[in-house]
Write a protein that binds this ligand. Sequence first.
Ligand SMILES: O=C(O)CCC(=O)C(=O)O
Length: 270
Amino acid sequence: MVNYADKRNLQIALIQMSIHIGEPDLNERHVTSLMEEAVTQNPKVDILVLPELWNTGYALDKLREIADAGGEYSKGWLSSFAKKHQVMIVAGSIAESNAGQVSNTMYVFDQQGEVIANYSKIHLFRLMNEEKYIVPGQQLVTFDVLPECRAGVAICYDIRFPEMARSLALNGAEILFIPAEWPHPRLHHWRTLLMARAIENQMYVIACNTVGGNGDTTFFGHSMIIDPWGEVVVEGGESEEIIIGEVTLSLIAEVRNRIPIYRDRRPELY
Ligand SMILES: O=C(O)CCC(=O)C(=O)O
């Protein structure tokens, strides 16, 4: 939990990085240097956000060999980083192996380096055969960013399922973090779905995508922060970059009071 009692705004850094496919050691060095750069150049950053599968990329046929056993190695150094820099990390996701099975799993660390949330992607992306190599998670996850502000998490394809974001919102989430590895030619889907999840749930959407390629697939970046009114606070381009944006916590209640969808919904009819 971000531990400033009077905190009203949050500074977010999105690590929009390229991934060396199937090279966890290289990726660890790469992501660490970008995270160092983010906290050095922006000492006020509260939360670092990483993209999906940053340790391996979609090296699906090698995943069993190269996935992090129990996530222990990644959890170790990410925890030390969070503690050293007093920063919360929404650590994208990694390929994690357990008893021969691989999951696409996210960890969230607080400023003391404790793991405060752990989510495995529940909707696996058939278009890329993800379900043949990865086992799905079985539960939705929320965590507290501040005592009075809860967040939910989703990974990439999960945003095509509006029921999921709505369930997270009904569980109290006011911010939705979304690590992704989303490619061309579906930029229009990416932007529209993120915008819709923000507007329909009146929540901040904080989405961190990758850049670069895997064979003939190109990941387009466009990591974004969208406010609960649907305005884009910040949006990346198509190259590697650290994107900084601010979350204004008071805006969430303001939007929810202005158009009170949670009071007006009729769940008994649908
Ligand atoms: O839904 C999409 O178009 C992209 C999803 C995806 O690439 C993923 O879940 O890894």
